[in-house]
Design a protein around this ligand. Structure first.
Ligand code: B1M
Length: 211
């Protein structure tokens, strides 16, 4: 659909009003909301991510694109939630201690919400005790940890160790992700799941609560 391509192009350019208008238009025309999310918005964010990696885009461009993504999501979020009337479960999500990166984590949160999860987003620079406190308070099924720095990856292990100490490892699954994080690292620290991107994070979360 030409309109979805236009959404992608406008998102890459960071044109938030344009994205909002186009998303509303395709919604009104009856396009499938998941298709708009995947083939319109997320396709754009994926290009933005690639351009980052190649140093063709810098921080301001990403932030502007993320704002355009948010503008589109404001229209899609309630529709996606409606589609998944039955809640999948609760995810306590945050960027680990010492780490202030939140663009990817926010995308993961959006995708999880889109897949029907209730997301309790704690924000950035979150201490292990806070993850535990919130997981308990909300009876969360999953704790989601994001890290973008090699120096903050060990903080993920700290959360897992703290959960073990609290006797919560059997009750709550731990999913990890972030640019430097790998499946190998997830295995090493005994996380329950790893996802390389926001779309697969939603799939992985569904998988984790199914077992
Ligand atoms: Co920072 N930064 N940064 N930065 N920054 C990186 C990560 C870096 C790779 C840049 C570089 O040197 N090339 C580098 C890390 C090097 C390393 O450790 N190996 C780096 C550094 C060094 C730093 C500082 C130390 C710089 C300094 O001050 N000297 C500093 C650290 C601050 C801190 O955290 N304590 C810093 C600061 C910043 C800004 C504040 C300027 C800004 C963050 C703004 C914000 O987030 N609000 C920033 C940014 C924007 C970046 C880059 C350019 C982009 C990160 C991003 O948002 N990517 C990044 C370079 C790069 O990646 N090319 C860089 C887009 C986003 C959609 O992708 O976050 O990977 P990503 O998320 C993906 C997946 O990883 C996955 O899904 C997401 C969507 O598909 N995912 C999960 C993420 N979390 C997940 C959780 C899951 C599952 C999947 O389950 C729960």
């Amino acid at each position: 659909m030409a309109e979805l391509k236009k959404i992608t192009e406008n998102l890459i350019k960071g044109n938030a009003p344009g994205v909002k208008e186009l998303v509303q238009k395709v919604v009104d025309e009856g396009e499938d909301v998941e298709k708009i999310l995947n083939e319109g918005l997320l396709a754009g964010m994926s290009v933005v991510g690639d351009k980052f990696k190649k140093n063709e885009f810098y921080v301001p461009e990403v932030l502007i694109a993320a704002r355009a993504m948010k503008a589109g999501m404001e229209i899609l979020r309630p529709l996606l939630l409606e589609k998944n009337v039955k809640g999948q479960g609760k995810v306590v999500l945050g960027t680990v201690r010492g780490d202030l990166h939140d663009i990817g984590k926010n995308l993961v949160g959006m995708m999880l919400e889109g897949a029907g999860f209730e997301v309790i987003d704690l924000g950035v620079d979150i201490a292990p005790e806070k993850f535990i406190q919130e997981a308990k308070k909300n009876s969360a099924e999953i704790v989601g940890l994001s890290a973008l720095l090699t120096t903050t990856m060990p903080a993920m292990k700290d959360v897992i160790e703290a959960l073990t100490k609290e006797g919560m490892r059997g009750k709550v699954k731990v999913m990890i992700g972030g640019a430097p994080v790998t499946q190998e690292y997830a295995d090493e620290i005994e996380a329950d799941g790893y996802a390389p991107d926001a779309a697969s994070a939603a799939d992985k979360a569904k998988e984790l609560i199914a077992v």
